[in-house]
Each structure stands twice: as C-alpha cells, then as structure tokens.
Ligand binder design. Sequence first.
Ligand code: ATP
Ligand code: MG
Length: 309
Amino acid sequence: MLDPDETPPIDRSALARSYVVANGKGGVGKTTLASNFAGLVAADGGSVLLIDVNGQGNVGRDLGYRKSVIDDEGAAFAEALRTGAPLLPATGVRENLDVIVGGQHIGTVPDMLAATYRMRQHRQALALAVCLAPIADRYDLVVIDSAPENPPLQQLALSAARWMIAPTKSDPASINDGLGSISRQFRLVRTSVNPTLELLGVVLFGSGSASTQIHRNARKWVAEELGADAYLFDTIVRHSEAVGQDARSHGRLVHELELAVANNPKFWDLRAGRAAAGARVSATSASVAEDLATLAREILTRAAERDTE
Ligand SMILES: Nc1ncnc2c1ncn2[C@@H]1O[C@H](COP(=O)(O)OP(=O)(O)OP(=O)(O)O)[C@@H](O)[C@H]1O
Ligand SMILES: [Mg+2]
C-alpha cells in the first residue's frame, strides 16, 4: 500500500485522452452521454474504458450489467481508491469496452479518503488519477461519469481528466444552477491539482426543440455563467423520454436500441398474444442515436483541434 503521506507523481500524458462528463445538477444526461459516447467509440473499434464515479450505478443500467456477476456495486473500485492500487476493469462489457463499476460503495469514498489521508486534501482529490494513470495507456479513450451535488466525488473525477464535457438542460435555471456549481469545482481542481483540465464544451441535452432561438438563448446564458469563450456544441441531443426509458429497461445503449427496432414484435403478434407490448422499442431511438453519434464526432474533432492549437 502507498504511504498516505506521499502523493505519487501522476503521468498526465497517460490521461490526455480522458474525458469527464460533469454538471452540478442531477438528471441532465451525464450518465446517458458518458455511456453512449464510450459505447459508440468502442463499437467503432476504439479501445475504451468507462468509469462510474457514482453511488447509483446507473452506468450499469445503461449497459445492462446491474445485478450481474461483475456488479460488485463499486466495492473493488472503492478499495483501489483507498490503497492507490491500479484500477482493475471489468473487461468485455461490450466488444472493446471495459468498465470500472460504480454503485453504493462509491457513496462512502469521500469519508473513507478523508479518514485515510486526513488533512491531505490534494491526495484525496487525486485518488482516481493515481489509480487510473498506470492503466490509461491501454485505452484510446477514457470516459468518466460523475456524480451531481457531491463536490468530493466531482473533484475525484475532474482530477483524473484532461477534458470536461458538461451536458445541461436548456432552461436558464438549469444552466445557472448546474453549470454554476460545476464551474466552481472546475476552477478549484484546475488551480490546485490538475492544471491540464479544460472545458471542452457544453451540450444541450434532452432539449424539446432544435430551434435556433433556444440555442441562441442557451448560448447567452452559458456565456453569462462560464464566460464568453465557453463552447456550446452544435449538436443537441433531442428529448425523448421513451428512448430514455427503453434504454434503461432493456440495458442497451441507444444505437443498440436502434438495431432492436427491426426486431419489434409485429402488431399481429401482439393481437395474437405472442408478444407483450412492453417488448416494443421506440422507433425514435434512431434519431436520438444519430444525435449521440454526431455529438461523439463533434467531441473528438474539437478535442483534436484544441490539442493542435
Ligand atoms: N434523449 C433523452 N430525452 C429525455 N430523457 C432522456 C433522454 N436520454 C435519457 N433520458 C432520461 O433522462 C434521465 C436522466 O438522465 P441521466 O441519468 O443520464 O442523467 P444524469 O445527469 O446522469 O442524472 P444523475 O445526476 O442522477 O446521475 C434518465 O431517466 C434517462 O433515462
Ligand atoms: Mg448519472
């Protein structure tokens, strides 16, 4: 075990392809975006690690591994954070996609780290970076899903990333509360433990409309909250409660749902009692899948552009 009084040097170049999805507010699409971004790049052949820094374990709902043999509810992850040992991913959750499983044990991590590292707040905030850096080189992409309304867990997640992506609803209160509180954590982490962290952009998530007026207003409010140079991604992930529900109830990513639409039971099968109505998957998944794929391309292109600047 590492000496609690020693912060090991962190290889930041190994974390250069690490993205944290964060917002201070709950229910704004963080987990959906993190899981689908990771899953899309993996389906495209990239080697991807997805890390669930949440007490709820919703990544497991999106990927369908809740209550399966790999679901230890974050016990192994919490133990690695305590000891500083390299993370041990659950492999093959999808082809090319490994996962660090979160869940209820992650809820106890802030108290556990405070007890282990006492007054050493930098060491506490760096706990994930310490465990991730030794294995991050194995992956083309690392995606970190983060918790709302939990500054210590948010600091852990932000400290291990190069890029922050902030999904938000498009109304002024969401932008004001959610982005306002995460931007405080962002500044704190950047000035104290991770000067490499940058805000890649803000994503309008679950927006009812793609209207330019909504986009223009959101841009204004984002600029008021985060500064005029904060970037708003062009892609808006459209609102569809049906797709959100289908994804979690089937444990499938949105592009996987799109494939399942083709196998929907026929109306006649429903009438004949050969299939249940709940087995049908919303056809809107094709549009949402397209939004998420366009967004993934935009994220990666923008990161590449920023790297060459
Ligand atoms: N395109 C969509 N339109 C509307 N709702 C969606 C869409 N995609 C997912 N949802 C639903 O929105 C809810 C919130 O999404 P999600 O869990 O990704 O947010 P979150 O920011 O991670 O929440 P938390 O802060 O609780 O972790 C979920 O119930 C999800 O199923
Ligand atoms: Mg979430």
